[in-house]
Write a protein that binds this ligand. Structure first.
Ligand code: GLV
Length: 386
């Protein structure tokens, strides 16, 4: 019974992780205080001290989302986990859902909803364009969905979608309003309660600057009423809110019982990132992102680059300049400046390059570094005319 597969040579070498400036759409660099929180000794996921930390996280998310919703938790998983959790719990197979698509996130939610058997209706615009409230109401009247999805922070297009008034339209037509604020939370204002958003989710790795792997999500009473009065069980056990609400102490039951083992270190880091946001204040964080983004836009325009309107202050999209190969520019920038910027995503691939300056990374000095690297790439990556 001797082993026939030897230890792999790579495992006998030490871990190597390069230092990088993460000026793409996420993950962003994690500040030392959050890294330190994540490296604290592990405790059990069902220890009372862990419940306290989870209760703190819940309060931190309520502040970041501007909501008093009791049903507020963090998913064990990235923004996609929250996206699936929202759809799996509030929609039953055969029900109609309406998805606003102007970038990758709507496409992704449509695919998720189709996989669980929903009747999916798509409203589609090219990346960078937005939906008017009239267009949304007309589509709701036509398709009578139980859920409308909209990305507030469409990171693939660098667009911050207006949200005002859409929640009211949804209420009028008995539809839940689901909003993605993964790329915009902490960078652009969002008010879950005031804007009548029924389900809101985000991610840890953008302006919150925590490591990837946890995802805030909140459901209001309308959403809870729908998801806890289902005829069928949600398709996912891991993402079933009946269990998750108990794990997070949101169901009013005296004891929390084992459901799954949450990412303990990830929760420590998320708590710290929410603490930093609370200490700093949302208004100051929004203002800082606006100011640095405006500074970056000026610098980009001075380089002759073109930008979209309705811009997301956390992720800036630049139209790929003529005469350049975007992949070559990005490789050049990584090689010579150690800076990550990215291309488009989903429908914006080949259309744009993206710069993200989020939370801890959102500083004019970093914008200067990004601009300097871009100017260098513009100088050195131009294709000679054939
Ligand atoms: C991922 O979230 C991205 O926008 O690239």
């Amino acid at each position: 019974s001797s082993v026939t597969i030897p230890p792999p040579a790579c495992m006998l070498r030490p871990l190597e992780v390069p230092l990088r400036y993460l000026f793409g759409p996420g993950p962003s660099n994690v500040p030392p205080r959050i890294l330190a929180a994540g490296s604290r000794p592990i405790i059990g996921h069902l220890h009372p001290e862990m419940y306290e930390i989870m209760n703190d996280i819940k309060k931190g998310i309520q502040y970041a989302f501007q909501t008093e919703n009791n049903m507020t938790i963090a998913m064990s998983g990235s923004g996609h986990a929250a996206m699936e959790c929202a759809v799996f719990n509030t929609v039953e197979p055969g029900e109609s859902v309406l998805i606003a698509i102007n970038g990758i996130w709507g496409e992704r939610v449509a695919e998720i909803a189709e996989r669980m058997g929903a009747n999916v209706h798509r409203m589609v615009k090219t990346p960078g364009r937005y939906f008017t409230n009239t267009e949304i109401e007309q589509a709701i009247k036509k398709h009578k969905p139980v859920l409308l999805f909209l990305a507030h922070g469409e990171s693939s297009a660098g667009l911050c979608h207006p949200v005002d008034g859409i929640g009211d339209i949804c209420r009028k037509h008995d539809c839940l309003f689901l909003v993605d604020t993964v790329a915009s939370l902490g960078a652009a204002p969002i008010f879950m309660d005031k804007q009548n958003i029924d389900i809101l989710y985000s991610g840890s790795q953008k302006a919150l600057n925590a490591p990837p792997g946890t995802a805030p999500i909140s459901f209001n009473d309308r959403a809870c009423h729908k998801m806890f009065n289902r005829k069928t069980k949600p398709v996912s056990y891991l993402f079933d809110m009946t269990h998750l609400s108990n794990y997070w102490g949101c169901d009013g039951k005296p004891a929390r019982v084992y459901h799954h083992t949450g990412p303990v270190s990830g929760f420590f880091a998320l708590r710290e990132s929410l603490a930093i946001l609370a200490e700093r204040g949302l208004e100051e964080s929004w203002e800082k992102h606006k100011e640095v983004a405006a500074y970056l836009y000026r610098g980009l325009e001075d380089l002759g680059l073109k930008l979209f309107d309705l811009r997301l202050p956390s992720v800036t999209t630049i139209a790929i300049p003529e005469g350049y190969d975007w992949r070559e520019m990005l490789t050049y920038i990584m090689k010579h400046h150690c800076i990550e910027m990215t291309g488009g995503l989903g429908p914006s691939i080949g259309m744009v390059m993206r710069i993200g300056l989020m939370g801890y990374n959102c500083e004019k000095t970093n914008a200067d570094m990004a601009l300097h690297a871009l100017a260098d790439a513009l100088k050195n990556c131009k294709k000679s005319k054939a």
